[in-house]
Design a protein around this ligand. Structure first.
Ligand SMILES: *Cc1c(COP(=O)(O)O)cnc(C)c1O
Length: 417
């Protein structure tokens, strides 16, 4: 029982050590990822993982939950004060489950909803046809305008009055612009629809006060806790008190059994970290960094969807610069040089989702490492040099070395080495 991991399982130790090197030596620009703090990681590997606690604080189906109630209540109270929410459920295992719970709580199968199309930046779990959401609900998708590549609120209002959805979902996974949630609330109210805001990507920006908060305007708000919020993998739902019982019942026993108390405790720790002044500074820097990265890429001749970014991410349209280069190929070339991004469809993409014409870049991880504006310009130039010389293995290898040296100046997880 008391052996170290290294004594029990060398194979796993080796894999983890390899990925630690990768996380240290590469430029991680996937906007949905982050480096969680040592404190957040420590609690996830704790004895709390051993306990079953089906139910909610004060009403568990198992005995021996007196301390578990404390953990979950702390997480709930901290989330409430961080976002100003009336009610919080911290049990969803992931963002998709959180959305599923809201759909189950507020809708009946067959109901009409409006959500952003996946191909325009929406999330799979909002209404895509391969997902539960698209299979069980009648989804009216909205997208971005072909010229501005931004959501046109008049079009959204028109669709709402034409289709009279029972719920409107606002939120995205690849949209570089801000949402004005008060306008969404107005449209939802005008047709008697519920408003669900999914802030998975931007929760940290909201908690840090650099992006508007949808909580006052929404019936429910879902979020993951592992993206800009920089907590453990997991999710939560915030909602108005009137929906509290329905939403709690949809999560448990509707969709899940026992909650993961070790990650709920880690969520509590992350919420505490997010309430500190340094977290606000961190979030401000994420946005400043994204702006500079975007500007430099545009100076280097790239076209960004919607002409830039107001948040932590940007979508780079490769076709404008390299007709033949797909998002998939570009992401692979960049990985050869130690720069990790993901391929992503751009609005009105003529390539398929597995190929795409774009890549998506974000600054949460490089900002966690302490990189600032100057470093963003260097990163943009690395990206440009790789894509310009993408067929030259020697150039990619040379940049790979430069990237490793560059990353060494911004160490991460030193205590693990
Ligand atoms: C990441 C994301 C989710 C949920 O993702 P999971 O992988 O299920 O945790 C949900 N909505 C949006 C908008 C997201 O970006």
């Amino acid at each position: 029982m008391d052996k170290l991991l290294a004594e029990v399982d060398q194979e796993i130790v080796e894999i983890v050590s390899n990925d630690l090197s990768r996380q240290q030596d590469c430029l991680m620009l996937i906007p949905s990822e982050n480096y969680a703090s040592r404190a957040v990681m420590e609690i996830q590997g704790s004895i709390l993982a051993n306990k079953y606690a089906e139910g909610y604080p004060g009403e568990r189906y198992y005995n021996g939950c007196e301390f578990m109630d404390g953990v979950e209540s702390l997480a709930i109270e901290r989330a409430k004060s961080l976002f100003g929410a009336e009610h919080v459920n911290v049990q969803p295992h992931a963002g998709t489950q959180a959305n599923m719970a809201v759909y189950h709580a507020l809708l009946e199968p067959g109901d009409t909803i409006m959500a952003m199309a996946l191909s325009h930046g929406g999330h799979l779990s909002h209404g895509d046809k391969v997902n539960f959401s698209g299979r069980y609900y009648n989804v009216v998708p909205y997208g971005v305008d072909a010229d501005t590549e931004r959501i046109d609120m008049e079009v959204v209002a028109g669709l709402a009055s034409q289709h009279r959805p029972k719920m409107i979902v606002v939120g995205a996974t690849a949209y570089p612009r801000q949402f004005d949630f008060s306008e969404w609330k107005e449209i939802a109210d005008s047709v008697g629809a519920y408003l669900l805001a999914d802030i998975a990507h931007i929760a940290g920006l909201i908690a840090g006060g650099v992006h508007p908060n949808p909580v006052p305007y929404s019936d429910a708000v879902t979020t993951t806790t592992h993206k800009t919020l920089r907590g453990p993998r997991g999710a939560m739902i915030m909602c108005k008190s009137e929906h509290a019982d329905k939403i709690d019942r949809a999560v448990f026993p509707g969709l899940q059994g026992g909650p993961f108390l070790h990650t709920i405790a880690a969520r509590a720790v992350a919420f505490k970290e997010a309430s500190e002044p340094e977290f606000k500074t961190y979030q401000e820097q994420i946005v400043k960094n994204a702006k500079v990265l975007a500007e430099r890429l545009m100076e280097n001749g790239f076209r960004l969807v919607s002409g830039g970014t107001e948040n932590h991410l940007m979508l780079l349209d490769l076709t404008a610069k390299y007709e033949k280069l797909s998002g998939r190929q570009a992401a692979d070339h960049l990985e050869d040089a130690g720069i990790i991004v993901n391929k992503n469809s751009i609005p009105f993409d003529r390539r398929k989702p597995r190929t795409t014409s774009g890549i998506r870049l974000g600054t949460p991880m490089v900002t966690t490492r302490g990189m600032q504006e100057d470093e963003m310009r260097t990163i943009a130039d690395f990206i440009t040099e790789v894509l310009e010389n993408r067929l030259k293995g020697s150039v990619k290898r040379k940049i790979r070395e430069k990237v490793t040296e560059f990353c060494a100046q911004f160490p991460i997880y030193e205590y693990l080495k």
